[in-house]
Design a protein around this ligand. Sequence first.
Ligand code: ZN
Length: 326
Amino acid sequence: MQPVAMNMIANAVKKDRVAHAYLFEGRKGTGKKAAALFFAKMLFCTDLREGFLPCGRCLQCRRIDSGNHPDLLIIEADGASIKTEQIALLREEFAKKAVESDRKMYIIENAEKMTASASNRLLKFLEEPPAKTTAILITENVHQILPTVRSRCQHIPFRSRTKSGLISLLIERGIPEEKAPLFAQLTNDAEEALKLSRDEWFLQGKGIVIKLYEILNSKSLADALLFVEQEWLPHFKEREQMDLGLTLLLYIYRDALFIRLGRTGSLVFPGQLEKWKHYAVRKSEKRLAAEIQEIIEAKKRLQSNANGALLMEWLIRKLREGSVIV
Ligand SMILES: [Zn+2]
C-alpha cells in the first residue's frame, strides 16, 4: 500500500472528515484502484478495527470484494471515452436513497477519458453533492482533467514504487530472487511483472536472447548468424517483439559491463553472474560500452522501419567483431 495516500485516507476516516470528492493520481500500477476499493471498505464496513481498518469479513466488505455493492458505483470508459449519458445515469442513481447503508460512493476510472460534456455534467454534480456521497476520480494524466473538476477534488498522489521496492514485492509474490530484477527492469507495474513471469512466449524469448549472447561469445560468426535465422527471427516476428528481444540483449550487455567494472550489486540477470564473468573479462570496458551503443543503434534503426533480418545480421557482425573466442 502507498503510505502517503493511505495516511491521508485513514486520517480522513478516523477524524470523520471525509471529503466529497477525491482525485487519485499516479502512474499505471501504483495501486490507485485497489486503494479506492479499500477506501470504500473503510466507509462501508460495519466492523472497523482501530476505527479505520475494514474487517474484510462483514457483508459490506464482502460485497465490495465481490464487486456487487449496491451503493458503490464504478464507472469505466465505454469504448474510448466516458460519455455524458454515463454521468447522467450516475446522477440518477445517486438521487435515489442508499440501499444497504446510509452513504454512497462512486469511482470513476480513467477519469481523463471523460468527454468535455461529461466533465461539465460531473462538475455540476460535484458542486452540489448529495449528503454522504464520496466520489473518487482515478487518473494517470491529471493534466487532462478539466481544471474546474480538479479544483473540486482533494488530490491524493500515488507514487511509483522504487525498483528495489518492486523487486522485494515480486519475491514476496513468489518470483525467485535471481529472476525478480529482470521483471522489475521491464515494468513498474507489479501485476504486469507477474503476468510476464508466467508468459510462455516471453520466457522462451528470454532463453533465446541468453543463448544468442552465449553463442556470440563462444562460437563462430556463422553459428551466430545461423542461430538468428533459425531461432531468433521466427520467435521475434513483429517489430515490437524484436524490440523487446533487443532490450533484453541490451540488459545482458549492460550486465556484462557492470561485471567487468566489478559492480555486481544491481544486475538484471544476477543468476548468470558466474557463467558470464568469463565472457565479460575478455573484453575491455571501452569495447563493452561500444557494443551497448551498437544495440541502442539497432533499436533506433528498428523504429525507423529497418528490415528485421538485415538489421540483426548487421548487429551480429558488429557484436562479433570484438569477441575474442578462446
Ligand atoms: Zn467489514
